[in-house]
Design a binder for this molecule. Sequence first.
Ligand code: COA
Length: 328
Amino acid sequence: MTTAAITAVGHYAPEKVVPNSYYESYLDTTDEWIISRTGIRERRVLEHGATSDLAVEAAKKTLAMRGIGPEEVDCILVATVTPDMFFPSTAALVQHKLGATNAWGFDLSAACSGFLFALATGVQFIQSGVHKKVLVIGADKMTSIMDMSDRNTCILFGDGGAAVLLEPNEEEGYGVLDWVNYLDGSGMEALHMKAGGSLHPASMETVQNKMHYITQDGKAVFKVAVVGMADVSIDIVKRNNLTSDDIDWLVPHQANMRIIQSTADRMGLDMDRVMVNIDRYGNTTAATIPSCLAEYYESGRLKRGDNVVLASFGAGYTWGATLIRWSI
Ligand code: COA
């Protein structure tokens, strides 16, 4: 059976670095509090441009790594909660800026699980034989929806983009081996953006009431994220007749270092088998998981034959895990 394999990865982090000390300068917070409660030391901020620009830079790196031109791409999937605009889709803008003249595509909204939801979608196009090259991108300009006066949320997020290329794989036992994703809309209250959609279209009132920013009950999200991400990761390992000893890398969504550590603990994994870059980028929502893959692959730590579990949890609630035997 044809499976889908990741044949290239690319990550783009905007140049501007914002350290925790920036928030100390005007908020009642400290570098020590932020590091100890979240693991974040600094994050990147896109000063000019939009999510499509993050996505395009990541896509260019991915195609360059594979050595192919944009016209070879069949389909572009962009996972994001910060599209450039409601319509056209960010995928359309990426298609145009990239010059992917033979591609169709669309955006997909699943917050911090966006990349895994898009990956599972892309895998279907490959496995069904419909497409040969699918670009799956996770990109978010989180600073565009952050209330910079809210210390509970503004310290957590950053901007970034990352992409993978999916292609057919005929090698037995390699590529994307399994995935499981979940959706539970009863979690909406704990993490959402109130206005800008059809429920509360933009108005003077929505702007004055700060309804175009992230609203989060951090404690509530923390509790469900710890359990959800660990349970789904343990499940996917078990149902593929593996144990934690067989897993070379856990690639958790980078929301909070304590959530990452707790997921690893519950899975019985040492932290030296867990990909982490939250300290340098914060939570970049749909970009966190592919950015880890790109960095660990580029540095030679992620190698062909490694068993990799990708795991996410995010607004919705959404959560999921994907099992991959790395093939490049
Ligand atoms: N600096 C200093 N104090 C802060 C602060 C900051 N930046 N942010 C919050 N606090 C305060 C709170 O106001 C609270 O004070 P109070 O007790 O006087 O009300 C206190 O610190 C403890 O807050 P609490 O919410 O219990 O902290 P926490 O240990 O749960 O950490 C988060 C807060 C947001 C870091 C944590 O809950 C979290 O990461 N949640 C998950 C968020 C997430 O992953 N979201 C993305 C989707 S996956």
